[in-house]
Design a protein around this ligand. Structure first.
Ligand code: FES
Length: 96
């Protein structure tokens, strides 16, 4: 019954190397939320075009919002662009 076109939801990101879990609020990108925790992912375009921020996904299903990966690469769900992409699953585990 939602009339909004946006389905942006909060989700969790887990850092594989440390086990740290970080909440990604609705109004915050993964890159922004991680940088608040002192985890800096290099970015350039912040729009899903350049691929600079590309990060491996170990677990979970990304919601791809980039134009950098091919449809085949997106469907593999093993990497995503955290400057703009989000998650379809409640948690993403990132290879960081
Ligand atoms: S910074 Fe360019 S795709 Fe993420």
């Amino acid at each position: 019954m939602s009339t909004t076109s946006s389905t942006v939801k909060a989700f969790e990101v887990q850092i594989k190397s440390s086990g740290q879990i970080i909440m990604i609020p609705e109004d915050c990108s993964v890159v922004e939320a991680l940088s608040f925790e002192g985890i800096d992912i290099p970015t350039s375009c912040a729009q899903g075009i350049c691929g600079t921020c590309l990060t491996k996904v170990v677990e979970g299903v990304p919601e791809h919002k980039d134009q950098y990966l091919t449809p085949e690469e997106q469907a593999a769900n093993d990497q995503f662009t955290p400057c703009c992409s989000r998650a379809l699953s409640a948690r993403l585990v990132l290879d960081l």
